[in-house]
Design a protein around this ligand. Structure first.
Ligand code: PLP
Length: 488
């Protein structure tokens, strides 16, 4: 099968690990509800929230963790979070309605992203905080407040394009927010609209893994807050956005080995590792490696709450070199975070039934066709390379020989590949087995799901443990009171 297996084993943790060990349950669920099927784990999101909270505590910081709703569409996960002290960050009218309906009260909701007038109106009407993208939006919001005699709205100013004096790191360009260099005219507008808006703070959200860039942005926000105070405004919060990330893989060595071998495969010095020579952004130009690997850094030990800890411990280069957390604490600023992906870490799995296992050329990888479309399992779409877990049919003996496979979807389309890479599995799958794709709750399980070719969108269930057994219900039927006995 072309060399040693190159595994990319998922980091499951105890809860998801136990669920995937429950083959009987998973087969019953897909038998009843079809394939693909998404399973979410509401108790995991609260565990992830506690990790963020403990980082706040260890730095003696107050403030709020706002779940970035756009990362997922599960009602169960949102409602579970509504039963904690977390907030939610909504980026559309529908998400705002979902959050209000799940039980979030307005002081626990922030409205961000591009907004139409309906979204702005409902946000203002219900007194949620609005993260304002720029001057035009501020003017529009103030006009709505006056026209419909709404209460004064709490606003955060979203900034971008930070520069740091004497330091070379610049933050990346963003479509969103007001350039930090154009703060003055924005603050003038805040003052002009003081009958309609109340400034609570400033913030940013940068889609990057770079700690230096985020530290530069946070320093920029601290300077912007000083500027506000020097004008007599009374801001009290800094919002550092999301982007804390997930560590998807169990083993850093496997990730190193895989990316090294992928590079060799692109250069032609080992057998191919992908369908049709796909290079994930790398290419071979006359023996020279070109391009950049367009993959999520799937093994990322400093992710999630640990990433927040690293940011807060980072020295503020332009502000005397003290840790950023110390500066926040000194000014008694509330810290707002907006983790999306990180709060959904290990909160869900996508199950797909194996329909066909076909031998290709002698010695080649097996073609494994699943009852799912590539869009149902959008891990590849997000550049996350991670092995699925084989959940064999309960009534069959399982072989022990590792195999190489290509996982293809159920659309009548050459490009419907669930993985473009060759996936190594510890044993051969058979029709009727399930392939479980772990950790799909963030962006993968429902961000891209379509009804292409009239094929169904995956159903979703919430599952939780009671003693030694698993309970479940449809995602939309879940409320925090559902898990019987949990309150005792
Ligand atoms: C997408 C988004 C987030 C969440 O980003 P993650 O990478 O999922 O943590 C937070 N804030 C804003 C404004 C966003 O657009």
């Amino acid at each position: 099968m072309g060399g040693h297996p190159l595994y990319l084993e998922p980091r499951l943790g105890p809860r998801l690990g136990l669920l995937l060990d429950s083959a009987g349950l998973l087969h019953t669920l897909t038998g009843a509800l079809g394939s693909p099927l998404n399973v979410v784990l509401p108790d995991q999101i609260t565990a992830n929230l506690h990790e963020f909270r403990s980082v706040y505590d260890s730095h003696h910081l107050s403030g709020q963790v706002f779940f970035a709703h756009k990362a997922g569409r599960s009602s169960a996960l949102l409602r579970r979070l509504a039963a904690t002290d977390a907030g939610v960050d909504v980026a559309s009218l529908g998400e705002l309605q979902h959050a209000l309906g799940a039980g979030f009260t307005p002081e626990r909701i922030t409205a961000t992203g591009p907004k139409n007038s309906e979204f702005l109106w409902l946000a203002a009407r219900t007194s949620v905080t609005v993260s304002v993208d720029g001057r035009a939006e501020l003017d529009q919001l103030a006009a709505l407040v006056r026209k419909y005699t709404l209460p004064r709205v709490h606003v955060l100013l979203r900034l971008s394009g930070f520069e740091s004096p004497g330091v070379r790191v610049l933050s990346r360009r963003s479509r969103f927010g007001t350039s930090a260099g154009e703060l003055d005219p924005l603050l003038e507008a805040v003052e002009r609209h003081s009958d309609a808006v109340d400034l609570v703070g400033v913030g940013y959200h940068l889609d990057t893994t770079s700690l230096d860039e985020k530290a530069t942005a946070l320093e920029g926000c601290l300077r912007a807050l000083e500027e506000c105070r020097s004008r007599g405004l009374r801001p009290r919060a800094v919002d550092v956005g999301g982007g804390f990330g997930i560590n998807y893989l169990a083993d850093g060595g496997q990730w190193e080995r895989y990316t090294t071998e992928l590079t060799s495969a692109v250069l032609g010095t080992r057998p191919p590792l992908t369908w049709g020579g796909h290079g994930y952004g790398l290419r071979n130009e006359a023996g020279t490696l070109r391009g950049t690997l367009g993959l999520y850094p799937a093994h990322r030990p400093v992710a999630g709450a640990r990433y927040l800890d690293a940011l807060l411990s980072h020295p503020a280069a332009s502000l005397g070199g003290r840790p950023l957390a110390a500066l926040l604490l000194e000014h008694l600023y509330d810290l707002h975070t907006e983790p999306g992906r990180a709060l959904l870490d290990r909160c869900g799995v996508t199950l797909a039934k194996v329909l066909e296992v076909r031998e290709q050329d002698a010695g080649g990888a097996l073609l494994v066709r699943l009852a799912a479309k590539a869009d149902d399992v959008a891990l590849e779409e997000h550049g996350v390379l991670m092995d699925p877990v084989l959940v064999p049919r309960t009534d069959r003996p399982t072989g022990q020989q590792p195999v190489a496979v290509h996982l293809v979807g159920s659309l009548c389309l050459e490009t419907d590949l669930i993985t473009r890479r060759t996936v190594f599995l510890p044993r051969r799958p058979e029709p009727g087995d399930l392939m479980a794709f772990p950790n799909t709750a963030a962006y993968c399980m429902d961000f891209h799901a379509t009804r292409a070719q009239q094929q169904p969108v995956a159903r979703k269930v919430a599952a939780w443990q009671e003693g030694d057994s698993w309970r479940w219900c449809l995602d939309d039927e879940y409320w925090p009171t559902t898990p019987v006995g949990e309150a005792q």
